[in-house]
Design a binder for this molecule. Structure first.
Ligand code: GAL
Length: 385
């Protein structure tokens, strides 16, 4: 029996073409994004997968096989995958459990095993698998099982990224399909309301996510600033503020979502790069135990202000404090509530993951003012106090 090391112990990190480019993709874009992944330090920070989303194929299969769009990918997909691999990165592609992809290209329904074989031949390391055009009589869970089995037996390690937008009670059956990550929400848009809505919708569902099968809250919009060929994603001109992008990244990180960048990494601002490469926040996301956080709301402002607490391996705790309100608000975290009564004689040594410095030892509580739409991200160590 093969004894292989399983894929995706921690949430995958990478870049995906959809948020910024949608249908406007081609080999040069993918290759130059791979170059930038290295040059900008994103790869060093942990980003690994370069994923082509929808719209990469011809509209018809040839001899039953998927074929790359000959204008977008004149040398085929394998040559792009080879290029990505030559940079030390991994390569991902997209298909769909239905008869067509969401943009109307051929889907993998009843072609699951041959498509998995094609992807393996091309050197694919990651498959995002969508849910459009599912025949009404087909059972969604069964379709993910099929592709899960096909991928597990195609002769290559391919991460299975399920994308059914949280439909059909996916949390309850996706793990058994063999998927390594699963989309739990509808598509993200480059605005604060969308970020907020997605985050709130997943608080309380942390127990469904864990090692080898992670709750995917959708690709990041960090750094897009309204720049997308897809008007629906761009939504309002200007996108989010850098503060909102910082909060978005912190939320996805502490909630253990995969971190798939969606902006044009060839044109990142310094602020975007700083957010995306924050090593202290990435370490929280990539903690080996993958324990989901729990939520403590600010008692006198529960609608707007809350903390997420995540136990880390080795005894530390990640503490994220978030202010979704439109003015500065206070969060006062009582240590009693997280398992540290005053009588224990212990306190928390608090390290600020954005300033990258220890701010002190606190007993009983940590009380901070958080500007509107901002957050605080801490790593806390239990110490005698
Ligand atoms: C959606 C999916 C998006 C993107 C798009 C492509 O269903 O949620 O992330 O992949 O399809 O058409």
């Amino acid at each position: 029996m093969k004894n292989v090391s399983p894929l995706c112990h921690t949430p995958p990190m990478g870049w995906n073409s959809w948020n910024t480019f949608s249908w406007n993709i081609n080999a040069d874009l993918i290759k130059s994004s791979a170059d930038k992944m290295i040059e900008t330090g994103l790869a060093e920070a942990g980003y690994e997968y370069i994923v082509i989303d929808d719209c990469w194929s011809e509209k018809q299969r040839v001899n039953g096989r998927l074929v790359p769009d000959h204008e977008k990918f004149p040398d085929g997909i394998k040559s792009v995958a080879d290029y990505v691999h030559s940079k030390g990165l991994k390569f991902g592609i997209y298909s769909c459990a239905g008869t067509h992809t969401c943009a109307g290209y051929p889907g993998s329904f009843e072609h699951e095993f041959e498509d998995a074989e094609t992807f393996a031949e091309w050197g694919v390391d990651y498959l995002k698998y969508d849910y459009c055009y599912k025949p009404e009589t087909a059972d969604g869970a069964n379709l993910y099982k099929r592709m899960g089995m096909a991928l597990r037996n195609c002769g290559r390690d391919i991460v299975f990224s399920a994308c059914n937008w949280g439909k059909d009670d996916v949390h309850s059956w996706i793990r058994e399909s063999g998927a390594n990550l699963f989309r739990s929400t509808g598509d993200i848009q480059d605005n604060w309301e969308s970020v907020k809505r997605i985050a709130l919708s997943q608080i309380g569902k942390e127990c469904c996510s864990g090692v080898y099968c992670h709750n995917d809250m959708d690709m990041l919009v960090v750094g897009m600033h309204g720049n997308s060929d897809n008007e629906w994603i761009a939504d309002v001109v200007g996108g989010c503020t850098d503060t909102e992008y910082k909060t978005h990244f912190a939320l996805w990180a502490i909630m253990n979502s995969p971190l798939m960048i969606g902006c044009d990494i060839r044109k990142m601002s310094d602020e975007t790069k700083e957010i995306l490469t924050n090593k202290d926040i990435i370490a929280i996301n990539q903690d080996i135990e993958c324990r989901g956080p729990y939520c403590i709301k600010q008692w006198n402002n529960p609608e707007n202000v809350f903390a997420l607490i995540k136990p880390l391996s080795g005894g530390d705790y990640a503490i994220g404090m978030f202010n979704f309100g439109d003015k500065t608000n206070e969060m006062s975290l009582q240590f009693f509530d997280i398992g540290l009564p005053y009588t224990s004689g212990r306190g928390l040594e608090i390290y600020d993951c954005c300033k990258h410095e220890t701010i002190g030892i606190f007993t009983e509580r940590l009380c901070v003012q958080i500007p509107s739409h901002d957050c605080m991200m801490y790593r806390a160590k239990v110490v005698k106090a």
